[in-house]
Each structure stands twice: as structure tokens, then as C-alpha cells.
Design a protein around this ligand. Structure first.
Ligand SMILES: Nc1ncnc2c1ncn2[C@@H]1O[C@H](COP(=O)(O)OP(=O)(O)OP(=O)(O)O)[C@@H](O)[C@H]1O
Ligand SMILES: [Mg+2]
Length: 346
């Protein structure tokens, strides 16, 4: 009986990337499959500096392949690239001490609701009993301090580390806490990179289960600097349903791919609108865009957040909707997403 490529792929789907519930196929690590007379040869590619990861994947992949009926021999070859920025030891992404998982929220396109999603997701994760921090990495338009209704200035420790602000049970840090409203315009180019790196490494987070990073819009140098400075567990991409946003979501996915950060999934924001007057649903930006894009990127669609007046008002008032009204449909959706993220990173 001949072995099909589909059988091989299915077998490889049982192999998880160490530390994740996602499998090596959905992470896009499988580069080629060759089958000849019961001999299966699989080529994988990954970027890591941890030798245990390829060793563990190789062992699990070979075991999975041997379990296929008709397989006589297996060969799993792994192409290992050094992680980006890992050329010199000092350049490698920093593991933040005490922080278990760092999750970046990005979008590509601006104004799609990244900060709103990051803030609500952080509160939702906290409500599942986790210790959570939220970091606003947008130097030009910091919004987390606004969304959490605080202008408190962080203090510094004797070692010159910055202590986050505590608000609603979360630890918050924002470039907006350090800069006054006018100063961001002065920071440009390489200075922004240096400032961002220094900022990310200098915060004293303490013990956290999750640190959510609210990225600035776009996929330029600043975003790349951030995702290369801190070792990330994964990224979430926020998009709205229309094509212009989806194109940029794709760019964001490519960026994370390039630096070998797994995309945990897509969140579609402003998915639809339920009119308070007639209770009817309106797909203002079209429908199905997020789902199609998630399929194309082969990542899960983690959730769909409606365009919602209370959500915007809560954000403006300084208390994310998940904290303000836990029973609301939007809050429930965020709690569902938080559960999915907890399941995805272990
Ligand atoms: N689901 C939603 N329903 C209603 N309003 C929303 C929703 N999501 C975001 N908004 C509103 O849209 C505006 C932009 O959202 P937000 O600041 O979160 O976007 P962003 O992607 O972080 O923007 P930027 O690219 O500037 O960082 C805010 O006023 C916010 O309250
Ligand atoms: Mg923002």
C-alpha cells in the first residue's frame, strides 16, 4: 500500500512545538515531504537557539511517522537558523525575568482597535485568575494610560528599574507614563529604537503569567525592534473585516513569521453592529473577512468583537468594558478569547 502525503501531514500534526499546544504543521515548519517505497523523508525548518527544541521535535516526528502503516524507514532533517538578531549573544531577544509569557498584539493597520483589544484582553486574562501586565509600546500615540484612566507617574527602584503602575489588578506600563504629551515628536529614527529597547528592558514587572504588549500600528522598524528585543511566546493580530485591513494583517503575519514568533490567531474587531433601536445586525465592514484571512494564514480566528458603543465609551472613560460590565456580550467574547490564549500557550 502506498503512503500519501496527506497521511504524512496528518501524522506530523500530532507533533507539538515544545511549549505550545499548536502543532508543527500549523506553525509552517514543514518544508517538504518525500515518499519513496515506504521511505519517508521530511524536511523541517525552524529558527531557535535552544538545541532541545529541534531534538524534541525530531524525536516526536520520527515516532509519529513510524506509526503510519507501510512506513519502513524515516528521515527527519531539520534546518536550524539562528533566531533573528541572535548573531551576537548580546543581541538575542531578552527573556524578561519573572514573566512566563509575553504576547504581542499587532495589526499592521492603524485604528483597528489594537489598544482596545489589548486592554480588554489583559483584563479578561486577569479575570481568569492570572497575573497580568500590559505594556503600551506606542511611543507616538500611547493610549493605554487613557484607557485605564491613570496619569500616575511610575517610580524607579534603586537599580534604576521602572516600577509599573497598578490599576484594576493589572500592572501597567506605558510610554505615555514617561513622556509628556509633546515630547514624542522629538524622538525620531535610531533614537526611537534605542529608547524602545531600553524601555522594554528596564521595567521591573515582577512575577507575571502574561505580559500583553500593545504594539504601535504598522510593520516598520519600531515593531521589528520590539519583537526582537523581548522573547515572545506568540502574537495576536487584530483586524477589521474589510480588505484594506486584511492586507495589513497579512503583512503583520509575515513580520512575525520572519522573526519566528508564532501567530496565535486573529481577532476580528468591529465585526458587526447590533442596532440598539431595532436589534438588527449590520455588517458595516462586510462579513467573513477575518475568517477567510485566518484560513489563509492557517491560524485560528480567536474571536469576533462587534462595533459597540459601550466598548468605546468604557475605553474613553478609563475602564475597559471587560472590567466595567463582565456580563456584556463583548466582555464574554473577550473572556472566551482569553481562555483560548491560555490553552494555546503552556
Ligand atoms: N469594537 C469596538 N467598538 C466600538 N469602538 C471601538 C471598538 N474597537 C475600538 N473602538 C474605538 O476605536 C478607536 C480606535 O481604537 P484603538 O485606539 O483601540 O485602535 P488602535 O488600533 O490601537 O489604534 P492605533 O493604530 O492608533 O494604535 C477608539 O476610540 C476605540 O474606543
Ligand atoms: Mg493603539
Amino acid at each position: 500500500m502506498s503512503i500519501s502525503e496527506k497521511q504524512v501531514k496528518n501524522a506530523l500534526k500530532s507533533v507539538r512545538y515544545p511549549g505550545f499546544t499548536r502543532d508543527i504543521v500549523s506553525f509552517g515548519l514543514v518544508k517538504s515531504i518525500q515518499i519513496e517505497d515506504g521511505e519517508v523523508k521530511v524536511q523541517l525548518a525552524l529558527a531557535t537557539s535552544d538545541p532541545n527544541i529541534p531534538a524534541s521535535i525530531k524525536k516526536d516526528a520520527e515516532r509519529a511517522l513510524r506509526a503510519i502503516e507501510g512506513v519502513r524507514s524515516t528521515k527527519v532533517l531539520i534546518d536550524i537558523h539562528a533566531p533573528p538578531g541572535g548573531a551576537g549573544a548580546g543581541m538575542a531577544a531578552t527573556q524578561l525575568p519573572g514573566v512566563k509569557h509575553v504576547i504581542a498584539v499587532g495589526s499592521g493597520k492603524g485604528g483597528v482597535g489594537k489598544s482596545t483589544v489589548a486592554a480588554n484582553l489583559a483584563v479578561a486574562l486577569e479575570q481568569t485568575g492570572a497575573r497580568v501586565g500590559l505594556c503600551d509600546c506606542d511611543i507616538y500615540g500611547p493610549s493605554i494610560s487613557l484607557m485605564f484612566g491613570t496619569r500616575e507617574r511610575p517610580t524607579a527602584t534603586e537599580e534604576n528599574k521602572i516600577v509599573p503602575i497598578e490599576q484594576y489588578g493589572l500592572r501597567l506600563m506605558s510610554m505615555g507614563f514617561l513622556l509628556d504629551d509633546t515630547s514624542p515628536a522629538i524622538l525620531r529614527g535610531p533614537m526611537v529604537t534605542r529608547y524602545t529597547q531600553q524601555f522594554l528592558r528596564q521595567v521591573e514587572w515582577g512575577e507575571l503569567d502574561y505580559l500583553v504588549l500593545d504594539l504601535p500600528p504598522g510593520t516598520g522598524d519600531i515593531q521589528l525592534t520590539i519583537v526582537q528585543t523581548v522573547a515572545l511566546s506568540g502574537a495576536i493580530i487584530v483586524t477589521t473585516p474589510q480588505e484594506v485591513a486584511l492586507i495589513d494583517a497579512r503583512k503583520a503575519a509575515t513580520m512575525f513569521d520572519k522573526v519566528n514568533v508564532p501567530v496565535l490567531g486573529l481577532i476580528e474587531n468591529m465585526s458587526y453592529f447590533i442596532c440598539p433601536g431595532d436589534g438588527k445586525r449590520y455588517d458595516i465592514f462586510g462579513s467573513g473577512g477575518g475568517e477567510r484571512e485566518a484560513k489563509r494564514l492557517r491560524v485560528p480566528l480567536l474571536g469576533q468583537i462587534p462595533l459597540d458603543i459601550a466598548t468605546r465609551e468604557a475605553g474613553d472613560r478609563g475602564m475597559p468594558i471587560v472590567g466595567e460590565d463582565r456580563q456584556s456580550a463583548v466582555a464574554q467574547e473577550f473572556l472566551k478569547i482569553a481562555g483560548r490564549i491560555r490553552d494555546a500557550v503552556i
